[in-house]
Design a protein around this ligand. Structure first.
Ligand code: HEM
Length: 493
């Protein structure tokens, strides 16, 4: 076996010249368990690249931060996500790299990711990426960016209406909104799945938050989205840029605020069976915790955390179903006995378990909120390495989700593998589409239920096919998406 040193004390193993009888897998198995990840990821993130060139880097860190590999020429993980990810696999479970001229650390190992995600806020706080995205303005101090002492009471309040049971109580609203939009789609139309799913989910989120009063919401959010996206671009070029200096941004934000404050006032007077009323009733015990300003921030936070995430997931799921007509046919046959039922929302999970499996498997292959980041606040050691205070920590759930010793043929779309939940402990450990620890997605029940119902209602009406042979070009803003989205076709079922 030929060994050569890498630049930071690590050991490079060139598997192409690995002539001993020991297989790469045996060799890696003899290393510390978490190093096994390296073998899993020898293929590039480009799912069309099936080259088998194994060039593994095994880290032999000494427990000192300075001895971790330092990779000085990594591209930016958001701006050049694909190229970052295809290189990141080469440098061991954790390595140092430069993020906008500051040193940061990247993790490739699920157990290290979990250790960071589960750490208390006194040790691990908000990361530079999410902090930077939020500075585009408009979100206020919502849960997603809250790592302070007010996080716990607010989290508790919002958690209540978003439990498994709380979300199912929203079933009739969701069903009505989703079905009425889906039925109105045009037959034989070529469509970009993301545009379609974004408007589907925005409407459904509006309907669940503000039952019966959400038409204006769609326009207000749309106008604000346009301005916010512009602000993201400007801020990434010029961090000193202040979005509200632009009049259109200020107007869009003020319209959004007006709408949400008026809805809060209306629901305080006349509650309905919607999410906003349920949040308000959860706050009644402690009015001080959620003032109208706090409530406004949390509602805007839910809209932003819950809208593009679910829409992108459904866009990927539609793309995968169009590529796999056999899976689509199986789902359609599960849905057929309850097609058109007024109580579809109560029955589809039992009748069509494949729908949830399709969403789980879509989120394994395309975890839309894959990129997570934190900052070391106080003394924190990872795998025996003491990390310096102020250090940004970044990682992506994409890496463990595509690990071949965890998931057999990881690039294959195979909902069957998760039909009865992830079977092995290592799969549960490696599956992180909704994060874990205190900041675990608060909308996990809503997102899973809504996405499974939506995909079931799509195949109730339509058959999806591909109209575009271009490979998927994956890119990133804060979320994973495709650019361009491959076009799909709709035929009535
Ligand atoms: C498929 C859809 C979704 C995905 C993949 C997703 C993913 C995530 C992830 C990965 C995080 C944690 C990020 C981190 O640890 O830094 C998160 C947090 C969060 N998500 Fe989701 N999400 C989805 C849908 C939703 C929905 C529908 C809602 C609510 C309407 C929601 C509300 C939240 C909130 C409030 C947080 C912050 C929780 C806290 O900080 O306490 N998400 N989500």
């Amino acid at each position: 076996m030929s060994h050569s040193s890498n630049q930071a004390g690590g050991e490079r193993i060139d598997v192409a010249s690995h002539h001993s009888t020991e297989s790469p897998a045996d060799y890696m198995a003899s290393q510390r368990p978490h190093r096994l990840w390296v073998l899993n990821y020898y293929r590039s993130v480009d799912t069309h690249d099936h080259s088998n060139t194994l060039s593994l880097h095994v880290q032999t860190h000494t427990g000192r931060f300075e001895d971790l590999p330092l990779i000085t020429d990594m591209p930016h993980p958001v701006d050049s996500w694909r190229s970052f990810m295809s290189r990141a696999c080469n440098y061991g479970p954790m390595f140092r790299f430069m993020l906008n001229d500051n040193e940061a650390i990247w993790l490739n190992d699920a157990s290290l990711m979990r250790a960071v995600l589960k750490a208390p806020f006194s040790q691990i706080g908000i990361g530079p990426l999410i902090g930077g995205f939020e500075s585009a303005g408009g979100l206020g101090h919502a849960l997603t960016v809250n790592y302070s002492s007010s996080w716990r009471p607010r989290h508790k309040i919002l958690q209540h209406p978003l439990t498994h049971k709380g979300v199912r109580a929203l079933g009739p609203l969701l069903q009505e909104s989703l079905r009425s939009s889906i039925v109105a789609w045009n037959p034989n139309e070529s469509f970009d799945p993301n545009t379609k799913m974004t408007s589907l989910i925005l409407d459904a989120l509006g309907a669940t938050l503000f039952a019966g009063d959400h038409r204006e919401f769609i326009d207000v959010i749309h106008a604000f989205d346009v301005e916010r996206n512009l602000a993201f671009v400007r801020i990434s070029q010029d961090p000193a840029y202040v979005p509200s200096d632009r009049e259109q941004f200020a107007v869009a934000l003020s319209n959004l605020d007006q709408f949400i404050y008026s809805m809060i006032a209306i629901r305080r007077q006349t509650p309905k069976d919607d999410l906003l009323s349920n949040i308000l009733s959860a706050t009644e015990a402690d009015k001080e915790v959620l003032s109208d300003l706090n409530l406004r921030d949390e509602v805007v936070g839910l809209i932003y955390a819950g809208h593009k995430t679910t829409a992108n997931t459904l866009a990927f799921a539609s793309y995968l179903l169009a590529q796999h007509p056999e899976v689509q046919r199986s789902l359609a046959s599960q849905v057929a006995p309850i097609a058109g039922a007024h109580d579809f929302h109560e029955r589809f999970e039992r009748a069509a378990p494949l729908a949830s499996a399709i969403i789980s498997e879509t989120l394994r292959l395309f975890p839309v909120g894959d990129l997570m980041d934190r900052t070391v606040i106080d003394s924190f050691a990872l795998d025996g390495v003491e990390l310096p205070v102020g250090l940004p920590i970044l990682f992506s759930s994409w890496v463990p989700h595509h690990a071949s010793d965890v998931f057999e043929n990881p690039e294959d779309f195979s909902p069957a593998r998760c039909e009865s939940g992830w079977t092995a402990a290592v799969q549960k450990e490696s599956y992180l589409p909704f994060s874990t620890g205190p900041k675990v997605c608060l909308g996990v029940h809503l997102a899973s239920y809504e996405a499974a119902m939506a995909i079931s209602l799509v195949v109730e009406q339509w058959s999806l096919s591909q109209n575009d042979s271009r490979p998927l070009n994956l890119v990133h803003d804060p979320l994973l998406y495709a650019d361009p989205w491959p076009l799909l076709n709709l035929q009535p079922r």
